[in-house]
Design a protein around this ligand. Structure first.
Ligand code: G3I
Length: 303
């Protein structure tokens, strides 16, 4: 096939992109979106500060726009994200009582998932909960500090009840290298969840890479997580300067693992990227295919 999404589908995978609601009236943008991609992640619109800016009052305007556009164009949606220490409204960060915060967290998960029930393929239930560096432990956050280690398990159990048909993912960055303490920390959590029957279906590897692309062990990491009985997904791919070889290596790592369900890039054109000036995506600012695009397409098996 001659597009990323159609070619990925030939091996039962998807190829997705992050989408910003305010760009949906840009014709260059939507032409590329609807031609090349069959999975969509709202870049900011489903985050807590966007969906529950004050306690108990939910707003879904921009997120509904993205979901409705996607479903009208045969694209499935990754929900991003329910519990994250960043883009969190101040009123949540100010809670110091565990019973209150547990209720607020569960109400947020249930409220947002119920609104979108049946429309979201996979949810990033918890995002970026592990610390950088050598500890292999959770990072400091209001959830960790007030609720303790169990907050992640609580979030996943609440999510399963809210929409039993959605796949539930843990999503993080810098967990691509098998030989890193952060990767090992997440691996131990997933192994423990599977052993104890805590509902988890997938792990998202953000894959924000430097110019050299994925670490040599990325394929090993994907295979080892998949062997625990979860799908693995590449969820926010971008690579500084977008070297074609780096993109090819990333796509190949996914293609080599049966349970690698698909790849999402974190934006369409370089001008859509959060990494200003790094040109890390597959299309240039004018919407033209870059060398990295052809590297990704051919590594998927397309021409
Ligand atoms: O909405 C406000 C707008 O009202 C205001 O005028 C404007 C002025 O700066 O800011 C707007 O908010 C920005 C928001 O994106 C929406 O455009 C924030 O400042 C900006 O910080 C925010 O950046 C997002 C970032 O997450 C926040 O952490 C990026 O777009 C988004 O690409 C990025 O995505 C994250 C993933 O969710 C998780 N993994 C890492 C990834 C990259 O940081």
């Amino acid at each position: 096939a001659s597009t990323l999404g159609a070619q990925a589908a030939q091996s039962g995978r998807y190829f997705g992109t992050a989408v910003a609601a305010y760009k949906l009236n840009d014709r260059t943008y939507t032409t590329l979106l609807d031609r090349e991609f069959n999975r969509v992640t709202p870049e900011n619109e489903m985050k807590w500060d966007a969906t529950e800016p004050s306690r108990g009052s939910f707003t879904f305007g921009p997120s509904d726009q993205i979901v409705n556009h996607a479903l009208a164009h045969g694209q499935k949606v990754r929900g991003h994200t329910l519990v994250w220490h960043s883009q969190l409204p101040g009123w949540v960060g100010a809670i110091t009582d565990a019973t209150t915060l547990r209720g607020v967290m569960n109400n947020h998960i249930a409220g947002e998932m119920t609104h979108f029930k049946g429309k979201i393929h996979s949810w990033d239930v918890v995002n970026e909960a592990f610390a950088d560096g050598g500890s292999g432990q959770h990072r400091s956050s209001v959830f960790q500090n007030v609720l303790g280690d169990g907050f992640i398990e609580t979030a996943f159990r609440t999510a399963r009840t809210a929409d039993p048909s959605a796949k539930l993912c843990y999503n993080d960055y810098s967990i691509e290298d098998w030989n890193s303490a952060k990767t090992q920390g997440v691996y131990r959590m997933v192994r423990d969840f599977k052993a104890r029957g805590v509902p988890i279906d997938c792990v998202g590897f953000q894959a924000h890479f430097g110019t050299s692309g994925p670490p040599a062990s990325f394929g090993t990491t994907l295979a080892n997580f998949a062997a625990l009985g979860v799908d693995v997904q590449i969820t926010e791919l971008d690579i500084a300067q977008a070297p074609p070889t780096a993109y090819a290596n990333t796509v190949r790592a996914c293609m080599n693992v049966a349970r690698c369900a698909g790849i999402t890039v974190w934006g369409i054109r370089d001008t859509d990227s959060w990494r200003t000036g790094e040109n890390p995506l597959l299309f240039d600012g004018g919407g033209n295919k870059k060398s990295a695009y052809y590297a990704a397409l051919t590594t998927l098996g397309g021409t």
